[in-house]
Each structure stands twice: as structure tokens, then as C-alpha cells.
Ligand binder design. Structure first.
Ligand SMILES: Cc1cc2nc3c(=O)[nH]c(=O)nc-3n(C[C@H](O)[C@H](O)[C@H](O)COP(=O)(O)OP(=O)(O)OC[C@H]3O[C@@H](n4cnc5c(N)ncnc54)[C@H](O)[C@@H]3O)c2cc1C
Length: 416
């Protein structure tokens, strides 16, 4: 790993700002392109120590789709994750509405890997483990990582100059993978549309009286959404989104009271629950960059879009962005095109933006009509959930979406 400041004389084809899971996966894909030869620098202000073994314990976890698994395999990051104790596969998903106490009741929706002919529906993995595995894959593939914060970018026709806390460097293309408060998006003036959900998502780990059965449990509670995600340790991770004041009261409550409220919200599906970690919370907002690209600049992951976490789609969409951008850049470099040219980057934007917006809108509707509900429209949507739940034919397209296999997929995310 290079941690020396990049001097002005160093010219990179691509500089990625942000070494979260999406930026690091993009880097790992770019250094493995069939066209080869791309010089890639990744800047990360909070760079973890890559020499330390991966620690699976994490309060912040992701449900990775099948498409994400394939992208991570292509990026060379999967083998570091597929070790005992890091990944937990889940084989079923039960989604049930607030009026039903039972996840297998009439009005619920169940996806079963066996019914779909799949080994599982996906994997639960910690944020830190995913970030470490993707960063390590980038470095192993020949990428340069630098602990530095981006401060400014000077755009010129022939290239870019980036000013960072560690010095200056030149590039043909800068990719903003720097999360929801993207500095690249701001400097490049790509705009931002934001909507505050006025909710917090509480995350914590719990030990349950009954085993989690390698199942992801999700209940629309009438005041938000509660997900119980199975961990390799046998514990479950909760993601509980609620109106802000209610969430703050729960965060301040003693652990036993919190656990008792949690058990009520989960309708006792895993029996009694015991809090075995700290509680953390995240404010929820929807963010959309009206433009993902301009000459010599592109956005990926949360820098381009933040969606409601109720279906665990954020990092999955970001990994598809990374794979799509890598594919577009591969084709461009094979044709001898400039990777920073707007006509090249627009291919990526046209490919990913509408899919991301479609998902964000669907999640808005789930949040409005299923998580909260209470009106006549919501009852119709709840009935619709039950109808889909009873028909294997109707369930299939929803399952394809959950597996991340719907829409126009990048090559590396397609079925082998
Ligand atoms: C409660 C909750 C639960 C979620 N659950 C799921 C789930 O189950 N499945 C799922 O797919 N998604 C989930 N998400 C969404 C997921 O967390 C995000 O989509 C994902 O973390 C985005 O990754 P990223 O790499 O784009 O951004 P980030 O993870 O935010 O990474 C950005 C990186 O950029 C760095 N950075 C920022 N600015 C600079 C700068 N100026 N210079 C250098 N570095 C910089 C930061 O240090 C950071 O490492 C959830 C989100 C929440 C809030």
C-alpha cells in the first residue's frame, strides 16, 4: 500500500475519492479490467489498518444481494469475506404487515431460496469487514491507496488537479465515492435534491430466545420498519426505523425496556430478545444528485443517491454503479477513448440513474404505505402484499429484485 503523498508530477487515469465499500470495490474492479493499464489512486481520510485481520463484529451490517456477491467476486474481494464467522447467509425472508402478528400469515410475503432454486437469498456482512476486503483487493490488484482528505479540484480541459491534505495530484477522471455529504459532488457543482424522512434508524445486536433460522425477518410496524438480520454469531442485527422523537426515547431507555419494546415490535417472532451491544442511530434522508457526471467527473454510491434502508438496498445499488462504471471505462479504454470524456461518462449515467431512481421511489412508497399506513390506500397496498405473497408467479419478479438480478445488469453481475 502506498501512503506517501502523491506528488504533482504523478498523473493517474482515475482518482477515486472515498474508500467506503463502493469506492474500494470500484478501484478493485478498475485494476482488474481486461484493458489493464489504468493507474488508479484511492483517497480515504479514515483509512483502516489493512494489516489487521478482519473483525466480523460490527453494529452496521449490510444485506448483500446475489448481484453484489458476483461484483465482489469479480473485484477479488470475496475470498477474504467467505471465511468462518464473517458472512452469514440467509435462506428465507419473511415480510409481514402491522396488522398480522404472524410472519407466515395470509397477508405476508415470504421468499424462500429453495423455492427459487438458489442456495440462499444473500449474505449479511459488517460494514468494516466489507470495506477492508474491498480495499485489500484494490491494493492486491496494484492500486495505490492514500490516507488523505480531498480539499479541492481544479477542472481543466485536458485533466484535473486535486488538492488533498497530503499534497497534489493530477488525473484524467475523478470519481466521487465519498458518501452522502460528497465533497466531490459539491465542488463539481452536480447539485443535490434531498428529502428528510424525519426518522432515525436504530441499529444494535440482539441475542434471541429462539434461533434466527438463517432468516431475514421484516415487519412493517405502523410506526416504521423493523428488520432482524441473522448474524454468523447466532445473534441478530436490528435495523429499526422510527419517527425521530420515538427513536430518541427508545435510545435513551434502559436496555431491558428497549428489549421489551423491541419484542413487541417484532411480535415475538424470535421470542425474548436481549440487547448485547451498544445502540447507534442514523438520520434517514433520500438524496439524489440530479446529475451523476460532468466532464472528468462521476459519482457512485451514496454520493449519487441515498435511499431509505428499509429494504437494505443502498450498498447493493452502489456496487452495481461501480460495476457499470468499470464496464463503461473498460470499453472506452479498449477503444482508445479518454476515460474522463463526458460522452463516455454519460453512458454510465444513462445506465444507472433511472434504475436507482426507480428503487428510491419504490422504497418511498413502501415507507409511506406499508411502514406507516393507516389510510384506505395503505390497506389496498397491504392487500396487494398478501396477493403477491400467495402467488409463486407474482413473487418471482419481487424475488429477482431482492436478489439484485432485475434490470440491465453489468456483465460481472450476470449469471455465469
Ligand atoms: C441504518 C442503515 C442500514 C443500512 N443497511 C443496508 C443494507 O442492509 N444493505 C445495503 O445495501 N445498504 C444498507 N444501507 C446503506 C449503506 O449504508 C450505504 O449505501 C453505503 O454505506 C454506501 O457506501 P459508499 O461507499 O457509497 O459510502 P460510504 O460508506 O459513506 O463511504 C464514503 C467514504 O468516503 C470517505 N470520505 C468522505 N469524504 C471524503 C473526503 N473529502 N476525502 C477523502 N475521503 C472521504 C469516508 O471516510 C468514507 O469512508 C444502510 C444504511 C443505513 C443508514
Amino acid at each position: 500500500m502506498s501512503s506517501a503523498p502523491a506528488a504533482t508530477s504523478e498523473i493517474f487515469d482515475v482518482v477515486i475519492v472515498g474508500g467506503g465499500p463502493v469506492g474500494a470495490a470500484l478501484g478493485a474492479l478498475l485494476v482488474r479490467l481486461r484493458s489493464r493499464g489504468l493507474r488508479v489512486l484511492l483517497l480515504e481520510r479514515d483509512l483502516p489498518d489493512l494489516a489487521q485481520p478482519i473483525d466480523a463484529r460490527d453494529l452496521r451490517v449490510f444485506a448483500l444481494s446475489r448481484a453484489s456477491e458476483r461484483v465482489l467476486r469479480a473485484a477479488g474481494a470475496w475470498s477474504a469475506l467467505a471465511v468462518p464467522g464473517v458472512l452469514a447467509s440467509y435462506e428465507r425472508m419473511h415480510v409481514w404487515p402491522r396488522d398480522a402478528d404472524e410472519p407466515r400469515s395470509e397477508g405476508s410475503l415470504t421468499f424462500d431460496a429453495a423455492e427459487l432454486g438458489e442456495a440462499n437469498l444473500g449474505y449479511i456482512v459488517g460494514n468494516a469487514a466489507l470495506q477492508r476486503a474491498t480495499l485489500a483487493a484494490f491494493v492486491e490488484g496494484g492500486g495505490t491507496v492514500q490516507r488523505a482528505q480531498l480539499e479541492d479540484i481544479c477542472f481543466a480541459e485536458a485533466g484535473l488537479e486535486l488538492l488533498t491534505s497530503a499534497g497534489r495530484c493530477m488525473a484524467k477522471l475523478v470519481v466521487g465515492a465519498d458518501g452522502g455529504r460528497s465533497r466531490v459532488r459539491e465542488i463539481a457543482d452536480l447539485g443535490v435534491e434531498a428529502q428528510d424522512y424525519l426518522q432515525l434508524a436504530i441499529v444494535a445486536n440482539v441475542q434471541s430466545e429462539r434461533p434466527h433460522e438463517h432468516t431475514a425477518w421484516q415487519r412493517f410496524t405502523g410506526e416504521g420498519t423493523l428488520a432482524l438480520l441473522p448474524l454468523a454469531s447466532g445473534e441478530s442485527s436490528i435495523v429499526w426505523s422510527l419517527p425521530r422523537a420515538r427513536a430518541e426515547a427508545l435510545l435513551a431507555s434502559p436496555p431491558h425496556e428497549f428489549a421489551s419494546e423491541l419484542m413487541t415490535a417484532s411480535a415475538g417472532v424470535l421470542g425474548a430478545l436481549e440487547l448485547v451491544s451498544l445502540r447507534r442511530s442514523f438520520p434517514l434522508r433520500r438524496v439524489n444528485a440530479p446529475q451523476y457526471t460532468r466532464e472528468r467527473c462521476a459519482l457512485v454510491g451514496d454520493a449519487a443517491h441515498i435511499v431509505h434502508p428499509l429494504a437494505g438496498q443502498g450498498v447493493n445499488l452502489g456496487l452495481l454503479d461501480a460495476a457499470a462504471l468499470a464496464e463503461v471505462l473498460e470499453a472506452a479504454t479498449l477503444e482508445g477513448e479518454d476515460p474522463g470524456a463526458l460522452r463516455v461518462l454519460r453512458r454510465y449515467e444513462r445506465w444507472r440513474k433511472s434504475d436507482n431512481e426507480l428503487m428510491a421511489t419504490a422504497l418511498d412508497l413502501f415507507n409511506r404505505f406499508l411502514a406507516f399506513g393507516g389510510d384506505e390506500w395503505s390497506r389496498w397496498v397491504e392487500r396487494g402484499l398478501g396477493v403477491v405473497g400467495r402467488s409463486a408467479l407474482l413473487r418471482r419478479p419481487f424475488a429477482e429484485r431482492a436478489l439484485g438480478l432485475a434490470g440491465e445488469l453489468p456483465r460481472v453481475a450476470r449469471r455465469a
